[in-house]
Design a protein around this ligand. Structure first.
Ligand code: NAP
Ligand code: SF4
Length: 676
């Protein structure tokens, strides 16, 4: 049913019938735990967060996972829906969304052996590799009770005003654990052959449909590619999909990879729409709408996926954290105004895994809708901002949108700051989108941008009520005999100034930028499909010839020999993002990058880098040494401006270079602008 009325996105923006409900477009906001689910009292913050997305035009929202009982929670005190008090709490969410004309389904998630609970349960007592507790095997009666809990949870969701539920049947949670033999060793009617192992999800959906009636949406998230050994075969997945439709599901959503899988499936280095081929395989096998997912972040990508027939709807979670008005902007063909999710995970999943509330690096207002508001200022000021990196851009555009008169000085001839380097790292091309977004925002908010203009004390002292120094950082200079030799480069020389680099390289410093430089120097351009290259490198089999969909990874050829060094003991990259550090380490190992810890650097000479590693002197013969030893702040203007009595603010790397990170920069810039 294609609505030809939208000239640019006829598939994406056409309505779709789901049971008795008509959704206005093909965008499903995918489930993502954001840390608001555990709020005490009414879920007002969660309501405001979803209401903003409903107002932005999302067709159907799905909440983060809510447990159907106490043993199914992902961690102690995680959100559950089992009683009348919790029904009342959830009313705040459904009311807020409905007031904005949106529709919302609640995801029911039982974590099984993935629960961080000593009382976790599973089909069999098989411990997961990613949680510390061995689960207790459910008794036959326990299985029946659990099915009853799913059904009760759906009824309570209906009572709370939800338009539907999503049954989480993927990502390795309880339902998945029933389906595959590696986690289901049962010999009763819930284990053994495949028909028995899938009885659990089928019974959940069948009994749920009976309990909630025909008009309530039931989405089933089907694990279509487990990415673990002994996962489901394709034939089994098709069989389950058909049975789930028969049992009464309204929509089938795509799940890719168990949490314990060692294949990155959503990080920024995963090409856009890299997994839609999986959903496409199921199309034609079932007649209810299919939703595809993973790394779909811009309207044209979504439109192309839908136009290809891969699915009926697209699921996006992080892109709607990044921009609540994504759909509206697509409708109005204002794509260049979309604040694109760059799949960094830095402010969303990385925080969730630290038990903190999620937000978004490029949109720090996400999940703080009730706490940080961007309102017109009653007292417009003339504000000078120095530096057009993440902090300066976030501040300048936010302050200008409030009605302040903002002048932005940038010494180089382009905006972006550290992002100009990040965007050059293979797999981080998405960072370009953020620069594009802010370029447009500068224009829309009327910031007076002065590129190629190094602001000095004199210029800043005249005509401004406040000065915001977002002057950033400079690479830390290290003192070492031979450090001034021509073969010694800084990461700025390599990533920004495109200096030539030889075949053998030592990198001093293994923080995020040391890793980025190593990645940059070990990639080769290839002409083929980026999706195929990624699938081959990480061992994902498009043919799904083996259950689970894995194959032997193909080691990429690296054009250089790199040695990455740090002074600390322990594994390199330990401070990288919780959800992405392992990917960076694995990617470099695939490229045969040598990683040395406990290094003490002695000197650099014509033989190379002399260092002592864990007490043993060594020489690494290299063509270049690249220094990635962190940064120091650039804030020379602060003292003189303050001495003149000016109102001066420091943000981003200029404020704190140690742990310079873009998340803090965007957040600090936005919050300062919200209050100034
Ligand atoms: P960083 O994370 O602070 O790492 C710099 C490393 O250099 C330190 O870990 C330190 O390790 C070493 N070092 C410091 N002083 C040194 C000295 N005097 N001599 C020799 N080595 C020295 O800084 P960065 O790599 O420049 O990254 C900057 C920020 O951007 C960080 O917050 C980082 O997390 C973020 N970032 C993250 C990513 C990512 O997550 N993928 C990518 C890029 C940047 P040792 O003392 O142990 O040698
Ligand atoms: Fe996307 Fe990064 Fe924002 Fe998460 S923090 S939503 S990955 S841009």
């Amino acid at each position: 049913m294609t609505n030809k009325s939208h000239p640019k996105y006829p598939h994406l923006l056409s309505p779709i019938q789901v049971g008795s409900v008509t959704l206005p477009n093909r965008v499903l906001m995918g489930s993502m735990h954001v840390g608001l689910e555990e709020e005490r009292g009414r879920l007002d913050k969660m309501g405001a967060y979803f209401a903003a997305r409903a107002e932005g035009g999302v067709g159907l929202i799905v909440t983060g996972g809510i447990a159907p009982n106490r043993s199914g929670a992902v961690k102690p005190f995680a959100g559950k829906l089992t009683n009348r008090y919790e029904v009342w709490k959830h009313r705040a969410v459904t009311d807020a969304v409905h007031k904005k004309g949106g529709r919302i389904a609640m995801q029911i998630l039982h974590a099984g052996r993935y629960a961080y609970l000593p009382w976790s349960v599973a089909p069999s007592a098989v411990k997961s590799p990613i949680t510390p507790f061995k689960p207790r095997a459910l008794s036959g009666r326990g299985v029946e009770n659990t099915i009853g809990d799913y059904v009760r949870c759906a009824q309570k969701a209906q009572e709370a005003g939800y338009d539907g539920v999503e049954v989480m049947g993927s990502e390795g949670y309880l339902i998945n654990q029933f389906i595959v033999t590696k986690t289901n060793k049962r010999t009763d009617q819930w284990g053994g052959d495949y028909a028995n192992r899938i009885r659990f999800p089928i019974e959940i959906v069948r009994r749920m449909r009976q309990a909630v009636g025909d008009d309530f949406i039931i989405i089933y998230r089907l694990s279509m590619l487990d990415l673990v050994k002994e996962g489901s075969s394709w034939e089994e997945i098709v069989q389950l999909g058909k049975a789930i439709e028969e049992a009464g599901a309204s929509i089938i959503n795509t799940g890719i990879g168990w949490h314990e899988a060692r294949v990155p499936t959503i990080a920024t280095m995963v090409p856009r729409a890299a997994y839609t081929w999986v959903t496409q395989r199921l199309s034609g096998e079932v007649s209810i709408p299919l939703v595809t997912s993973n790394r779909i972040n811009m309207p044209q990508v979504a439109e192309d996926v839908l136009a290809s027939g891969a699915a009926d709807m697209v699921s996006m979670a992080r892109p709607l954290l990044a921009d609540p008005h994504w759909v509206k902007k697509a409708e109005e063909e204002r794509d260049d105004e979309i604040n694109t999710c760059i799949a960094c995970n830095q402010a969303c999943l990385d925080l969730i895994f630290q038990n903190k509330r999620a937000s978004c690096m490029v949109n720090p207002l996400a999940c703080y809708e009730t706490e940080v508001q961007i309102a017109p200022t009653p007292t417009p000021k003339r504000i000078a901002v120095v530096g057009a990196g993440p902090a300066g851009l976030a501040f300048a555009t936010t302050a200008a949108s409030r009605g302040h008169q903002v002048t932005l000085f940038e010494a180089s001839d382009t905006i972006g700051g550290q992002f100009k380097m990040a965007r050059r790292v293979p797999g981080k091309e998405e960072f370009d989108e953020t620069i594009r977004y802010f370029r447009k925002q500068l224009e829309l908010t009327g910031v007076n941008v002065k590129l190629g203009c190094r602001a000095d004390e004199e210029a800043l002292s005249n005509g401004f009520d406040s000065v915001v120094l977002a002057t950033g950082v400079t690479p830390r200079a290290i003192s070492l005999p031979g450090i001034d030799r021509p073969e010694v480069l800084s990461y700025v020389d390599v990533l920004l100034h495109e200096r030539e680099v030889g075949k053998r390289v030592a990198v001093i410093g293994a923080g995020g930028i040391g890793f980025d430089v190593a990645e940059f120097l070990t990639h080769t351009d290839h002409s083929g499909s980026p999706i195929d290259a990624y699938l081959d490198e990480w061992g994902v089999d498009r043919e799904m010839s083996v259950p689970g969909g894995l194959k032997r990874p193909e080691g990429p050829e690296a054009p250089r020999e790199i040695t990455l060094c740090q002074r600390k003991k322990g594994k390199l990259g330990a401070r990288l993002g919780k959800t992405t550090g392992w990917i960076h380490r694995t990617a470099l190992r695939k490229r045969k990058v040598k990683m040395l810890s406990e290094c003490s650097y002695d000197r650099i000479d014509e033989q190379g880098l002399h260092l002592t590693v864990a007490g043993q002197p060594q020489v690494i013969a290299v063509d270049n040494v690249i220094v990635c030893a962190g940064q120091t702040p650039l804030r020379d203007l602060q003292g003189p401006l303050q001495a003149r009595g000016l109102d001066v603010h420091l943000i981003g790397g200029a404020d704190r270079a140690e742990e310079l990170d873009a998340r803090r920069a965007f957040d600090q810039g936005t919050r300062l602008a919200a209050g100034i």
